[in-house]
Design a protein around this ligand. Structure first.
Ligand SMILES: [Zn+2]
Length: 134
C-alpha cells in the first residue's frame, strides 16, 4: 500500500502499489490527485521527481559497511601503532643502556608509519560513509 496526502486538501489516502503514479479521485475533495509516496520535506520542492523508495535503505547499508571498514582500520592502526611504540621504546632502552638497538628503530618507524596510513585511510572511509548516508 502507498500512503500519501492529497495535495489539495491534505486528506490521508491509501492506495494499492499498482496505482503508483496514477491519477485518482481524492475521497476528501473529489479532485484528481497523483498516487505517490510521501516525500521527505527537503525533496518536496521537486514534486515530479521520480520516487526513490529503495534507495535510502541501500545507502544506509552501504554507509554502515563503510563505518565497519573504518572501525577495523582504526583498530588495526591502534594495534600496529602500539606494537611500533613498544619496539621503539625497547630500541630506545637498548640505546640508553649502551647496547646496539639494531634495526629496532627502523622496525618501529615502519610500524608507526603504517599505523599512520591505516588511520588516514580509516578517516577517508569515514568521510565516504558520511557521504553515502546523504
Ligand atoms: Zn483532496
Amino acid at each position: 500500500m502507498i500512503k500519501f496526502e492529497c495535495c489539495h486538501c491534505a486528506q490521508h489516502i491509501e492506495a494499492p502499489d499498482e496505482f503508483l503514479n496514477a491519477l485518482i479521485d481524492c475521497p476528501g475533495c473529489a479532485r484528481k490527485v497523483k498516487v505517490q509516496p510521501m516525500k521527505e520535506p527537503e525533496t518536496s520542492f521537486a514534486p515530479d521527481a521520480p520516487a526513490r523508495v529503495p534507495a535510502p535503505n541501500f545507502m544506509g547499508t552501504e554507509s554502515e559497511k563503510c563505518q565497519r571498514h573504518a572501525f577495523w582500520l582504526e583498530v588495526s592502526a591502534a594495534l600496529v601503532g602500539i606494537v611500533g611504540g613498544i619496539v621503539g621504546f625497547k630500541a630506545l632502552g637498548a640505546k640508553l643502556a649502551g647496547d646496539d638497538p639494531g634495526i629496532g628503530f627502523w622496525i618501529a618507524g615502519c610500524l608507526i608509519g603504517a599505523a599512520f596510513w591505516f588511520y588516514l585511510i580509516a578517516q577517508l572511509v569515514h568521510i565516504r560513509a558520511l557521504l553515502a548516508k546523504k
